[in-house]
Structures are given as structure tokens and as C-alpha cells.
Design a protein around this ligand. Structure first.
Ligand SMILES: *[C@@H]1O[C@H](CO)[C@@H](O)[C@H](O)[C@H]1NC(C)=O
Ligand SMILES: *[C@@H]1O[C@H](CO)[C@@H](O)[C@H](O)[C@H]1NC(C)=O
Ligand SMILES: *[C@@H]1O[C@H](CO)[C@@H](O)[C@H](O)[C@H]1NC(C)=O
Ligand SMILES: *[C@@H]1O[C@H](CO)[C@@H](O)[C@H](O)[C@H]1NC(C)=O
Ligand SMILES: *[C@@H]1O[C@H](CO)[C@@H](O)[C@H](O)[C@H]1NC(C)=O
Ligand SMILES: *[C@@H]1O[C@H](CO)[C@@H](O)[C@H](O)[C@H]1NC(C)=O
Ligand SMILES: *[C@@H]1O[C@H](CO)[C@@H](O)[C@H](O)[C@H]1NC(C)=O
Ligand SMILES: *[C@@H]1O[C@H](CO)[C@@H](O)[C@H](O)[C@H]1NC(C)=O
Length: 284
């Protein structure tokens, strides 16, 4: 009687333990599977559609993206991103393997040739680099009228503080030739622009502000490098929280690089557990 009672309580203990661990596992599995399912959703806002890793925001969870790639959908129409503390409007995200997006600083240019705000824009952040199509361009305002030696097509007018002043835009090669004259200008700013925008500025068809609000291209190739192996194994790219490391979400669990068992469904694990319960139930 005592021996029977002892055995019986051991079985009950094991049974309860199994249920507990199983429930814990189930919750983990559901979380993992939830992340896998959730990261199928894309970022959509205005003209930007079906945007995936490394971007997140507007309902697409942070764990489906990479830190520094949050997009805000403003007025349900256009997207902005914060890069190094400066707000940029995200005009385009290319679908090519080159990982290029077109961005324009917010709050710098209005419609005309004078900036609303005099600040330098540079990409000191390692996540983004200037695409080959973009280069730094310098703008000089409030220049003394006698600044010759700079081609007249690089010159434009800007009204600052109510007075019409001479201004210049100068690319890096021209800047190397003319620094002494340009240091006499009152204020200068430097920011990246696409080569095509420089050509449009030289033709002078459109205002400086309108041209520069078309943005410039940046690359983030190093960020998506880990993603292709994951996608090729039918996984969904994302990142860990809070360590922010790359993670590949798979139907069974997240992996550091790629799915190990493509096609394995999470419920096979549950069925194994269930089988164990039945064995133990029969045993007791
Ligand atoms: C993931 O999204 C694609 C396209 O939106 C859809 O065709 C597919 O059925 C989705 N898969 C899952 C598992 O939700
Ligand atoms: C922008 O950078 C240049 C070069 O470093 C500097 O001379 C200029 O004063 C800066 N302009 C502003 C508005 O900070
Ligand atoms: C543009 O300017 C920034 C800061 O002044 C510099 O770090 C970067 O190397 C420049 N980029 C190019 C392509 O010249
Ligand atoms: C530069 O700024 C000073 C002070 O704001 C002003 O007196 C001067 O006229 C400006 N120079 C030019 C060339 O506009
Ligand atoms: C700048 O203003 C002056 C005086 O109004 C004008 O003669 C000149 O054509 C203007 N230059 C440009 C590039 O608009
Ligand atoms: C415009 O005027 C203000 C106040 O006089 C001065 O602080 C500022 O430097 C001027 N801006 C430029 C670009 O000269
Ligand atoms: C501008 O620079 C050239 C040489 O680069 C020099 O000969 C000329 O005197 C300078 N002009 C002014 C107004 O500083
Ligand atoms: C890519 O993977 C390597 C090795 O797993 C890791 O060290 C690196 O931080 C990852 N890079 C990104 C941008 O996720």
C-alpha cells in the first residue's frame, strides 16, 4: 500500500513537472512562431509599398527590422527617418541588391535658393554611406560681390535678412581651387546631393530648394548582408531584443544565421510532447 502510494505520487509529480515544462515550451514556441508570422508583414505608407528588412515601423515590429531603420508614416502619406539626429524624408527604397534609399533632409530647404536653416548635413553614421551617385556639395552665402574665378553658372541669388546676396554652390574639385575667395563669405553649409541634381543646378531650370528636396542616395549594404542566407532558407530576417543582434526567424525557432530545418512546423514538437503524456498516463 505504501509502496503503491509512493510510486503513484512519483508519477503524479513527473506528470505535473511535464505539464509545467510543456506549458513553458508551448509559450516559447508560440512566441517564436508569432515572430515568424509577424515578420511577413511589410511597411506600407504612401508610395512606399511592401518594404521589408531592415526597415520597421507603422505596425511592422522592431524585431522584424534592424536598429536605426525605423520609418515613421506621417499623415499616412510620406515616410521619415531619423539618421544621426537629423530628420530625413524617405523618398524611395530600391528593391535591388544594392540596398539604396533616397533621402532628403527635412526643414533645410523651402522652395527658393536660401536654406530655411543653415546646418551641415553629413553621414557620420556607419549604417549608411553615400551611394556612388551622390557627393558632398558646399553652399556659400553672403559672399562679397567681387568673387570671380568661380564659374558664373555656380552663382545664384539669395535674399538673407532682407538683402539680396551672392551665393555659390561648389563641388569638391572646385572647392579645392577656390577656398581663399570663399572664406570671405558669411556662412557656408555642406550636404550630400546626387550628381544629377548638380547638373540640374548648373542648367538652372529649377530653384535650388526644389532640386535639393529631390534628395540623395545612400547605401546600407552591410546591414542586409546577413539576410540573404536566412531568406534562402525560407526564414524571415529580424533582430534580437534587447541585444539587437541579427536573427533569422524560422517556423520552429529563431536561429543566428539561417533556418536549419526548413519546412518543419512548430506543432510536430507539441505532438511529441503529447505522445509522452499518454505514455506516462498509461504508466500510472
Ligand atoms: C506572407 O505574405 C505573402 C505576401 O503578402 C503571402 O502570399 C503569404 O501567404 C504570407 N505567408 C504567411 C505564412 O502568412
Ligand atoms: C559647415 O562645415 C564647414 C566646414 O567644416 C564650416 O566651415 C561651416 O562653418 C559649417 N557651417 C555651419 C552652419 O555649421
Ligand atoms: C562628405 O563629407 C563628410 C563630412 O564632411 C565626409 O565624412 C565624407 O567622407 C564626404 N563624402 C564624400 C563622398 O566625399
Ligand atoms: C555678413 O554678415 C554681417 C553681419 O550679419 C553683415 O553686416 C554683412 O553685410 C554680411 N556680409 C555680406 C557680404 O552680406
Ligand atoms: C541675381 O539678381 C540680380 C539683381 O536682381 C540679377 O541681375 C541677376 O540676374 C540675378 N542672378 C541670378 C542667377 O538669378
Ligand atoms: C541675419 O541677421 C541676424 C540678426 O542680425 C544675424 O544674427 C544672422 O547672422 C544674419 N544671417 C546671415 C546669414 O547673415
Ligand atoms: C580669388 O582667388 C584668386 C586665386 O584663386 C585670386 O587671384 C583672386 O584675387 C581672389 N579674389 C578675391 C576677391 O579674393
Ligand atoms: C552579421 O552577422 C555577423 C555574424 O553572425 C555579426 O557579427 C554581425 O554583427 C551581423 N551584422 C549585422 C548588420 O547584422
Amino acid at each position: 500500500m505504501d509502496a503503491y502510494f509512493f510510486l503513484h505520487s512519483i508519477f503524479i509529480t513527473i506528470f505535473i513537472l511535464l505539464i509545467c515544462t510543456s506549458i513553458a515550451y508551448c509559450n516559447d514556441d508560440d512566441d517564436d512562431y508569432h515572430q515568424y508570422l509577424s515578420c511577413n508583414s511589410t511597411y506600407n505608407c504612401g508610395i512606399l509599398k511592401d518594404i521589408g528588412y531592415p526597415f520597421w515601423g507603422n505596425g511592422r515590429s522592431q524585431f522584424c527590422g534592424y536598429q536605426g531603420f525605423e520609418l515613421l508614416c506621417e499623415e499616412g502619406q510620406y515616410s521619415t527617418a531619423d539618421i544621426g539626429g537629423q530628420k530625413f524624408r524617405v523618398l524611395d527604397i530600391s528593391r535591388s541588391a544594392a540596398a539604396i534609399m533616397t533621402i532628403a533632409p527635412v526643414g533645410i530647404w523651402g522652395q527658393d535658393a536660401c536654406p530655411v536653416k543653415f546646418i551641415n548635413i553629413s553621414l557620420s553614421q556607419s549604417l549608411f554611406t553615400l551611394a556612388p551617385s551622390a557627393q558632398n556639395l558646399s553652399f556659400f552665402y553672403g559672399c562679397p560681390p567681387q568673387t570671380d574665378h568661380i564659374p558664373v553658372r555656380n552663382k545664384f541669388n539669395c535674399t538673407i535678412n532682407g538683402s539680396l546676396q551672392d551665393a555659390y554652390f561648389v563641388d569638391e574639385s572646385l572647392l579645392r581651387i577656390n577656398p581663399p575667395n570663399l572664406t570671405k563669405c558669411n556662412i557656408s553649409i555642406s550636404l550630400p546631393v546626387n550628381q544629377m541634381a548638380i547638373e540640374e543646378l548648373l542648367i538652372g531650370n529649377e530653384g535650388v530648394g526644389i532640386t535639393l528636396n529631390k534628395g540623395f542616395d545612400v547605401q546600407y549594404t552591410s546591414v542586409i548582408i546577413n539576410c540573404s542566407a536566412c531568406q534562402n532558407s525560407d526564414g524571415r530576417c529580424g533582430s534580437n531584443f534587447p541585444s539587437l543582434e541579427f536573427l533569422c526567424f524560422c517556423p520552429d525557432q529563431p536561429y543566428p544565421r539561417m533556418c536549419l530545418k526548413p519546412g518543419t512546423h512548430v506543432y510536430s514538437f507539441h505532438i511529441n510532447k503529447m505522445f509522452l503524456f499518454i505514455v506516462f498516463l498509461c504508466g500510472s
